[in-house]
Design a protein around this ligand. Structure first.
Ligand code: SF4
Length: 382
């Protein structure tokens, strides 16, 4: 056990939000959770091979289990081993994440598979600190993999787990405060140490994720069905929703963008994004506004708007559609240069294999509806 009740450590513990007896209270709750989770159906972790756990944990980053499940199953059918994934093209891996959001993790997962094959003899490392050194793996994911796949006694703590422990202990922890995350991780790992081999840490980490998603929800927690309500101080006081402490609401910056779906022959002009946001996914012709559209022999129709919410910003996108005459020839090897960016004509069949974020898929659907309805050209003639 890493901590004890040494009196000399109490002031520091108190500063960190940890009190005497916290670990024992949480250990009692964990013992109950171990029984509870054994009766739960966790389909996406049916076979806990380290590779499957690795893929699941990447896909669960910022995505709910029920959303990721079909993606996870398709992904494992396409690449059943870490070697198969390492040998795949990065583009195919990104395409497998299209629609799930937060695409950077797909590139990281591919890089991690390559590192595991090249550096770790095709074996997913069991040590949490070694896992932490791999691309796209933070402390939460490292501890989740190490505990679920290898039974290491480490806690996977995110804002949701902070919420559950803040309520159980009735402590003013904050969801996204690093010091509070560390304090909760320390308490949970002390509880694992107290429980020894009587529980599997991975089971408890899964139970906490499941409990926080289905019962101990941010608002209106379902305490009457909660397996650990007998150990919950906030429930006893009836003030569950006061915990964790809420940070002041921060407004996400809003960016207005315009895109031109420029069709020619049987395809569209697209480019691969190099920017960190949606990196390596494809986009249509980007314009600061439709007034900046280049001189092209085409008429642009406004076909719809999409508000896309990222984790830290919002895009308000307006989409336009135009068809270039087939006789319009690009002098630059078929590359259309607009501003400083190059766009390539890609056939519709090939586009299905490329990763597009969901807002561009929506825009394609708008374009299809526009053509079906044979809309009259409106504004934005240029
Ligand atoms: Fe959360 Fe309610 Fe369970 Fe406490 S009793 S852990 S507040 S669901």
């Amino acid at each position: 056990m890493k901590r004890n009740n040494d009196a000399k450590r109490l002031p520091k513990d108190a500063e960190n939000g940890i009190s005497d007896g916290d670990a024992a209270q949480i250990a009692a709750a964990f013992a109950v959770l171990a029984d509870w989770v054994s009766g739960r159906e966790l389909v996406f972790r049916d076979e806990r091979t380290p590779y499957r756990v690795l893929v699941a944990e990447f896909m669960l980053q910022q995505t709910q289990a029920k959303t990721m499940l079909p993606y996870y199953q398709r992904f494992l059918s396409a690449w059943p081993t870490v070697q198969a994934l390492a040998a795949a093209s990065k583009e195919d891996v990104l395409a497998a994440f299209a629609g799930l959001g937060y695409y950077r993790r797909a590139g990281y997962l591919h890089e991690t598979a390559n590192r595991i094959v090249r550096v770790h003899g095709s074996r997913v490392p069991a040590d949490p600190d070694t896992l932490l050194s791999l691309p796209g793996i933070g402390r939460y994911t490292a501890n989740a993999i190490a505990s679920i796949a290898f039974g290491k006694r480490v806690a996977a703590v995110d804002g949701n787990v902070v919420r559950v422990l803040a309520r159980l202990l009735r402590k003013p922890f904050r969801r996204s405060n690093q010091q509070d995350l560390n304090a909760v991780r320390t308490i949970a790992e002390d509880a694992f140490a107290l429980l020894g081999d009587t529980v599997h840490a991975g089971d408890i980490n899964e139970a906490l994720m499941d409990l926080s998603a289905t019962i101990c929800k941010p608002t209106s927690p379902l305490c009457s069905t909660c397996p650990v309500r007998a150990h919950c101080l906030a429930f006893a006081h009836g003030d569950q929703e006061k915990y964790p402490l809420k940070p002041p609401a921060k407004e996400k910056p809003v960016t207005t963008v315009s895109y031109l779906l420029l069709e020619q022959h049987n395809g569209f002009y697209v480019r691969r994004r190099r920017e960190s946001l949606l990196k390596d996914t494809y986009e249509f012709v980007r314009l600061a506004s439709i007034e900046d559209a280049p001189e092209l022999p085409a008429i642009a129709l406004s076909i719809g708007k999409v508000t896309h919410v990222f984790s830290h910003r919002v895009w308000k996108a307006e989409f336009f559609y135009a068809r270039l005459p087939d006789t319009f020839v690009q002098e630059n090897d078929g590359v259309l240069r607009i501003g400083s960016l190059d766009y390539h004509l890609v056939g519709k069949e090939q586009m299905k294999q490329l990763p597009f974020a969901s807002l561009f898929k929506t825009a394609l659907e708008y374009a299809r509806q526009t053509k079906t309805q044979n809309m009259t050209p409106a504004a934005n003639e240029h």
